[in-house]
Design a protein. Structure first.
Length: 315
C-alpha cells in the first residue's frame, strides 16, 4: 500500500552509541523512504565507544551485524566513510561514502534525496568539496550542534563542544559556513527529547525476534558497562538519532512535511574553530527543530518492529 516517495542515504557512526542502530532498523522498516546507501562513519579520536583508528571500518561491520539479525544481508549497498576527520576546510577525505553521495545526488531520480546524519559530517562535507553541484540536489538532516541561546538552555553539566560537532569541526564548518547545502538541524536540546524507557525496551523491543534481541542487547550491554564504572544510567535512554526517521519517513500525507514537529527558520550561523556558533546575518535560512513528535516516533517504531516479527506466510 505504501510506496517510497523519498530517497535516503543513512550516514552514522554505527560503531559508537547504539541509538544509531535503532534509527537504522526503523529506517529499514519504513517503506516511504527508499534507502540508497548506508554509510558507516568515523568517531572522534579516542572515543570511549571505539578508541581505534578504524572506527568507520568497524561501523561497517556493525551495520552488517544488524542486517544479518534482520535477515537483510546484502539487501542494501553499504559504504565505508573516511576513518579520519578533515584536516582543513579545503581538502576532502576521499571515501566510497563521499563518492556514493555525489553519485546519488546527481542521478536522474526526481524524488527528493535526504542524507540523514547521526554523527559527524565528514563524508557530506567531502562530497560537497569534491562536487559543489550536489548542494541543490539534496537535504542534509543532521543530529548535532549545541543549543542556540535564544531557543534553549543547555543541560546540567553540559560541554560547550557538542558530541557530534566535535567529531569533525572542520566538516561542520564546511557545511554551515562554506556550502549552500539545505540543512535541517536537530540540536542537542531537541535530540535529547526522544527518551525510551527501559521498561519499553524490555516489553516492546526485546521480545521482537532476533532484531529486537539484538537492539536491546546493545543497550543492556552499555548499561552494564556503565554500571561497572559506577555510573548508573537510570531507566531511560536517549534515542537521539531516531528523529532522522521522524523527519523523513513520517511526514504528512498531503502537503508533505514533518508537520507534527516544530522548527524555526533562522540564518545559518558561522561555526568557529572552537566549534561554537557566531552570528551570521548573511547566512542562508536553515531549519532548526525545537520540538519532536515523540509519540509518533516511538509508536511507529514499536508497531513496525512487531509487524516485522510476525510469522511470514508460507508460500
Amino acid at each position: 500500500m505504501v510506496k517510497s516517495r523519498y530517497r535516503v542515504i543513512v550516514d552514522n557512526d554505527f560503531g559508537g552509541d547504539p541509538d544509531g542502530l535503532f534509527q537504522l532498523a526503523h529506517q529499514l522498516l519504513s517503506p516511504s523512504t527508499e534507502i540508497k546507501g548506508i554509510i558507516g562513519s568515523h568517531l572522534r579520536k579516542g572515543d570511549p565507544f571505539d578508541s581505534s583508528d578504524q572506527t568507520a571500518t568497524n561501523a561497517v561491520k556493525t551495520i552488517e551485524e544488524l542486517l544479518k539479525a534482520m535477515k537483510l544481508s546484502g539487501a542494501y549497498p553499504i559504504y565505508q566513510g573516511s576513518n579520519s576527520a578533515l584536516t582543513d576546510m579545503e581538502t576532502p577525505q576521499n571515501s566510497a561514502a563521499a563518492d556514493a553521495i555525489i553519485k546519488e545526488a546527481l542521478s536522474d531520480d526526481k524524488r527528493p534525496l535526504f542524507v540523514v546524519c547521526g554523527a559527524g559530517l565528514t563524508d557530506v562535507a567531502s562530497a560537497y568539496l569534491k562536487n559543489p553541484e550536489i548542494a541543490k540536489r539534496l537535504t542534509v538532516v543532521w543530529i548535532g550542534g549545541p543549543e542556540y541561546p535564544a531557543l534553549a538552555t543547555p543541560p546540567p553539566g553540559y560541554t560547550s563542544l557538542e558530541y557530534n560537532l566535535n567529531i569533525d569541526i572542520n566538516a561542520v564548518r564546511v557545511v554551515f559556513n562554506k556550502s549552500d547545502l539545505n540543512i535541517w538541524q536537530v540540536p542537542r536540546n531537541t535530540y535529547r527529547q526522544p527518551l525510551m524507557a527501559y521498561s519499553e525496551l524490555l516489553t516492546k523491543v526485546k521480545p521482537q525476534g532476533a532484531t529486537g534481541a539484538y537492539l536491546a542487547g546493545k543497550i543492556e550491554g552499555l548499561m552494564q558497562r556503565l554500571a561497572s564504572m559506577d555510573f548508573p544510567s537510570g531507566e531511560t535512554y536517549i534515542m537521539g538519532d531516531s528523529p532522522l526517521v521522524l523527519l523523513t519517513a513520517l511526514q504528512s500525507s498531503f502537503e508533505a512535511d514533518p508537520s507534527s514537529s516544530d522548527y524555526v527558520l533562522m540564518p545559518s550561523p558561522l561555526v568557529n574553530e572552537q566549534g561554537l556558533y557566531e552570528t551570521n546575518h548573511k547566512g542562508r535560512n536553515i531549519r532548526v527543530y525545537t520540538k519532536l513528535d515523540t509519540r509518533l516516533l516511538f509508536e511507529d517504531f514499536y508497531n513496525k518492529l512487531a509487524l516485522f516479527n510476525q510469522p511470514k506466510p508460507k508460500k
